[in-house]
Ligand binder design. Structure first.
Ligand SMILES: *[C@@H]1O[C@H](CO)[C@@H](O)[C@H](O)[C@H]1NC(C)=O
Length: 141
């Protein structure tokens, strides 16, 4: 019995320990290295700050249409990722947006932006557009 409990805890630890809270500089450097243009970094930082506080494990369960938002960019399950299997426009399982590897998140976020602009994010409209954006000069940009 003790062994079973131990194994269960071990599995749970490995399953859920992949989430990560990025620092702002770590986040913008990861984006830049993934090919995001320099002049977009402050807007993306603003989105990550107000959507998830840079936490890859963030999930929003409160959309009126029953969809959910996942990860550091709060990507929505209605059109972009799919709950329970790989699918929708980013061809992603929403759960894969919750771990510490945000390369798939970035790719999907850039697809969303290419179709709808930054205004696809409610937080960008309300808290970033026309406002003072987070600075990235201290991150070397
Ligand atoms: C992150 O995920 C991508 C696929 O989305 C993969 O190609 C890459 O190797 C992963 N990076 C690490 C450090 O695991």
């Amino acid at each position: 019995m003790k062994l079973i409990i131990f194994i269960t805890i071990l599995i749970a630890t490995f399953t859920f320990s992949e989430a990560k809270v990025f620092s702002k500089c770590e986040f913008v450097k990861t984006l830049y290295n993934a090919g995001v243009p320099r002049n977009e970094l402050r807007d993306w930082a603003c989105i990550a700050q107000y959507e998830s506080n840079y936490n890859t494990a963030a999930i929003n369960n409160y959309n009126t249409d029953g969809s959910k938002d996942f990860g550091i960019f709060q990507i929505n399950s209605r059109y972009w990722c799919k709950i329970g299997s790989v699918g929708n426009d980013c061809n992603l399982n929403c759960n894969s947006l919750l771990n510490d590897n945000i390369s798939d998140d970035i790719k999907c976020a850039r697809l969303i932006k290419s179709r709808q602009g930054f205004s696809a994010w409610v937080a960008w409209n309300n808290r970033c557009q026309g406002k003072t954006l987070p600075t990235v000069s201290e991150c070397g940009f």
